[in-house]
Ligand binder design. Structure first.
Ligand code: NA7
Length: 551
């Protein structure tokens, strides 16, 4: 009997070859990739539509902060030619339309079960399969269990005293109702000023009677300078996409932009100012590409941080308000934000900025919110308070590997997260994470990072099938080596110094560790080139896993 025949015989023992969680960018492409390779696959999705974060993030002003022509799938030339983005940073409805288009084009819905939440997945060692349990009590089995839960899908709703007593309406930006929320004539409070707050605050301010922004940490934000695309530009992009795709894949961050090789300290102050001004005028993340050491060197960082602070002072009319808006952390070490008229919003008469660092929020009352200094009456409260990033979505599910070991135990409640490439975990055979902790994911172009993992996982399971290998599992040594490399790279930068969701510092009680692979910095630190990294990854995992499987 051939290897593949042996595989087919074993396959009948499970309901599906593969079960995938989530129908966002990751789950949709994983389904397509596996189906094309002939694997029976079922996706389970908690929402009643496709889209993942783009299904849930319906708050006013929600839009992408990666340029749309790069923030899409690149695996299908036909899709690239058919779809046309309207503008540089499209709003959420357009991105959701795109993902629906993809689902229709590749006929994906027939293998997606909507409104079904996976609550547990246990590895059955005897039968070498995963037993997957849903919230509704049903369960299925699969040879491969693949997570496409996304990095930012577990909402952080701080446990403020009294929230249950609040008589108004409250919402989290990541679980926004699908019907329009009406702010007209209302007193609205927004807690949080990360990307979601910064995008929604200017929109809510236009509608609400009164808007109170409760700010804990002032943030650096850069004008997005969104604009519709010129049809000629779109045509050129489509014609050149094969080369663009190659450039994206060769780059450190997934965008076809060459990083600077200069240090910010090499240029005279007036030259540097000019460089920053030009990037500021272009808008978007060009500012982060100006010098190679902005997130590596404190003095270099000060130059760009000072530049943005001067822009805030110029924009905000009242000096005492401007002063409260000046960030003090190192620019770039918390996720940089793109905005549309964010700082200008504080010049409006109906907007009040409240510093909850100096006077923390004490409780939510029936009528509003009370800080250590004052009480604010509110009709609507918006939590733009972010997410339990990277590990949060996975730890919400009871995932158990060999010997009943839970992922929570393995990661020691998050105190010692260790993965192999952000894809695999020792002790969890045939379980794959698309853009899991310690992957480049959120610090790269997300759809491209997803494609890399999906294709890798797809190739991997095809290899297993074609070689009659029953299971694959990262070894402890491989995992330890990868994890320490991740930490080594992060520690050589300024990133771990910030209290951010990259480090878990935004969640009360979450152990602090840097949860992302800084491919961005690795390139500069030890000359790691993405392509060779990818090749190494394959070789590394193959040989370790095969040795393991043969045991
Ligand atoms: P972020 O970027 O994590 O922002 C959350 C905001 O909420 C941030 O300003 C936090 O302040 C604030 N926050 C969180 N908890 C509290 C409490 N307890 N009290 C006061 N303020 C609080 O989430 P977003 O949804 O805006 O963006 C997430 C990602 O989506 C973003 O990075 C992009 O990749 C897209 P802090 O800074 O922690 O002091």
């Amino acid at each position: 009997m051939t290897n593949t025949e042996q595989y087919q015989q074993k396959k009948q023992k499970t309901d599906f070859d593969a079960v995938v969680i989530g129908a966002g960018f990751s789950g949709l492409y994983m389904l397509h990739r596996l189906r094309e390779a002939g694997f029976s696959t079922r996706v389970y999705e908690a929402g009643d539509g496709v889209g993942g974060v783009w299904y849930w993030n319906l708050y006013p002003g929600a839009r992408c902060d990666s340029e749309s022509i790069y923030y899409n799938y690149t695996f299908s030339d036909e899709l690239l030619q058919e779809w046309t983005w309207s503008s540089r940073y499209p709003e959420q409805p357009e991105i959701l339309r795109y993902l629906n288009y993809v689902a229709d084009k590749f006929d994906l819905r027939r293998d997606i079960q909507f409104e079904t939440r996976i609550t547990a997945a246990h590895y059955d060692e005897e039968n070498n399969c995963w037993s997957i349990h849903m919230e509704d009590g049903s369960s299925v089995s699969a040879t491969y269990f693949i997570s496409g839960v996304g990095c930012l899908s577990a909402a952080n709703i701080p446990r403020f005293k009294g929230l249950d007593d609040f008589e108004g309406q409250w919402y989290h930006t990541g679980h926004w109702p699908h019907e329009k929320v009406d702010f007209k004539g209302k007193r609205v409070g927004v807690i949080g000023n990360g990307s979601s707050g910064v995008q929604s605050i200017p929109m809510i301010a236009q509608e609400a009677e009164q808007l109170f922004v409760f700010q804990r940490t002032p943030q650096f934000t850069i004008p997005a300078r969104n604009h519709p695309y010129d049809p000629e530009f779109i045509q050129k992009t489509k014609e050149n996409y094969p080369q663009i795709r190659e450039q994206m894949k060769e780059s450190w961050g997934g965008f076809p932009i060459a990083p600077s090789v200069r240090s910010a300290l090499e240029d005279a102050p007036e030259v540097r100012q000019e460089v920053y001004e030009t990037a500021w005028e272009k808008g978007g993340f060009f500012l982060t590409y100006t010098y190679h050491d902005l997130t590596m060197d404190e003095a270099a960082n000060e130059t760009v941080s000072d530049f943005i602070r001067s822009k805030i002072r110029e924009t905000v009319h009242k000096p005492e308000v401007a002063e409260k808006l000046l960030p003090t952390y190192y620019f770039g070490t918390k996720r940089p934000i793109l905005d549309t008229h964010y700082f200008e919003t504080y010049n409006r008469e109906n907007v009040t900025l409240i510093d909850v660092k100096s006077a923390p929020i004490e409780e939510i009352t029936a009528k509003g919110l009370r800080t250590a200094e004052a009480e604010y009456e509110l009709d609507v409260l918006v939590f733009a308070t972010g997410y339990d990033g990277m590990t949060g979505p996975l730890l919400k599910i009871d995932i158990r590997g060999k010997d009943g070991l839970t992922l929570k135990e393995k990661w020691n409640e998050g105190a010692h997260v260790q993965t192999y490439l952000g894809i695999a975990n020792a002790g969890f055979p045939n379980f794959f994470m698309i853009t899991g902790p310690e992957s480049p994911s959120v610090l790269a172009n997300m759809p491209l990072a997803i494609e890399q993992h999906v294709e890798w996982i797809g190739d991997c399971v095809e290899y297993l099938r074609d070689h009659g290998i029953e299971k694959i599992e990262a070894t402890e040594e491989a995992e330890t080596a990868w994890s320490s490399h991740c930490r080594e790279v992060a520690d050589a930068t300024l990133y771990p110094k910030a209290d951010s969701w990259y480090t878990g510092a935004n969640i009360a009680g979450k152990p602090r560790s840097f949860l992302i692979y800084l491919s961005v910095a690795s390139d500069r630190i030890d000359g790691f080139v993405r392509r060779s990294l990818q090749r190494d990854m394959m070789a590394f995992l193959w040989c370790h896993s095969q040795r393991q499987c043969r045991k």
